[in-house]
Write a protein that binds this ligand. Structure first.
Ligand SMILES: *[C@@H]1O[C@H](CO)[C@@H](O)[C@H](O)[C@H]1NC(C)=O
Length: 359
């Protein structure tokens, strides 16, 4: 009870109000500012709009697996932390059931950590609380949960993985912030996205959150105003701009990858401290471009819209910018894939990965 109250207090602070645009911000970013006007008017309606957007995936409830019985003397598995994807929330029935099913399957405590105190705030903050700030809130949620104090396994869905990865690189192992043993990234956006294909400007999807996302494409994503607000801008990685001064200076993802101006070797130490990574790719994913980024492939900066580099040919890997090569050479990377679009894995596939990596 005590820890739940502490979490609520911590979570409430950054979510209190969303940014209100100044005139010059409005002149440069009319659509993003229009979205901020909308959220100020009616948060519930805004959250509903997000949940229905073409880039959102609200998970459905899943069937409960049979409860695992531990054999005499068998140590129980580590607790599980789950992080939800875009437009979804820990307070929705689908995420509740996935979280519960994961715990039942491995026979351990499981919890979904939100970045807002209610369904509405948690959904909105997946867009309008920037990635670094979201990681900070997520980390306080982890810290406040007594059940996690001896370490945990974690899996994320879509951009939820950025929260776990950010926690690993910024918090894990610091006093009060438990270590992550296995991190399973399902359709993760850890490598960023170079486009928002489901927001392509066909007549069907004009408006809503897509209007704000298409407004910030290209260089317009890389400044302190946009980076300070929009989670999706924080991991927008235009493959033709990765060498630009603005990307290096302002992109939050660039700093995380140690490919920006703020290079910090402690990120490598923290990334390599995890015992096991599992990178899960959807072979027909049309939300993440390039989808191979879910397993650390990237577009070739020499030919950014045509040639894809596999993980081991990227600069991340070859120069071991944040520890990916070290973990790979230590045998800590596992790769899984399923035939389907973004987050369209089957219940059996999810249970199979949990059995293989979390038990
Ligand atoms: C990358 O990995 C593939 C598959 O394991 C291998 O065939 C290729 O030679 C590797 N490339 C480099 C540059 O190491």
């Amino acid at each position: 009870m005590k820890s739940a109250l502490a979490t609520a207090a911590l979570l409430a602070a950054p979510a209190a109000a969303y940014h209100a645009c100044a005139d010059e911000e409005r002149a440069s970013y009319p659509k993003l500012c229009g979205l901020l006007d909308d959220v100020a008017k009616d948060e519930a309606a805004f959250a509903d709009m997000l949940a229905k957007s073409p880039i959102s995936t609200v998970m459905e409830e899943i069937e409960m697996p049979a409860a695992r019985k531990l054999a005499d003397g068998e140590a129980s598995a580590l607790p599980i932390v789950v992080a939800h994807g875009m437009g979804d929330s820990c307070f929705n029935s689908g995420m509740k059931s996935i979280t519960k099913a994961a715990g039942v399957k491995v026979g351990a405590y499981s919890t979904c950590i939100p970045t807002g105190t209610s369904r509405i705030k948690d959904t909105i903050n997946g867009f309008l609380l920037n990635m670094d700030a979201s990681v900070d809130v997520f980390a306080e949620g982890v810290k406040a949960d007594e059940n996690l104090k001896d370490g945990f396994n974690a899996f994320g869905l879509s951009q939820g993985n950025n929260l776990i990865r950010g926690y690993i690189q910024k918090y894990a192992g610091e006093p009060g912030y438990p270590a992550v043993s296995t991190f399973m990234s399902i359709n993760g956006i850890n490598a960023g996205v170079g486009a928002f294909p489901n927001c392509a400007p066909d007549a069907k999807h004009i408006g809503g959150i897509c209007s704000g996302l298409t407004e910030i494409l290209g260089d317009l994503a890389y400044n302190s105003f946009v980076q300070g607000i929009l989670f999706q801008a924080n991991y927008f990685r235009d493959p033709s701009k990765t060498d630009s001064d603005k990307y290096k200076k302002y992109s939050q993802l660039a700093q995380w990858e140690n490919e920006g101006d703020d290079v910090d070797p402690s990120r490598n130490d923290k990334f390599t401290a995890v015992d096991q990574y599992v990178w899960v790719l959807g072979t027909e994913d049309t939300v993440v471009w390039p989808r191979e980024g879910e397993q650390w492939g990237a577009m070739d900066p020499e030919d950014p819209f045509k040639t894809l580099l596999p993980m081991n040919e990227t600069a991340w890997y070859q120069e071991d910018k944040f520890g990916l090569r070290t973990v790979d050479e230590a045998g800590k990377n596992a790769f899984e894939q399923f035939d389907g679009n973004h987050l369209q894995f089957t219940n059996d596939e999810l249970m199979g990965w949990l059995e293989k990596y979390f038990m």
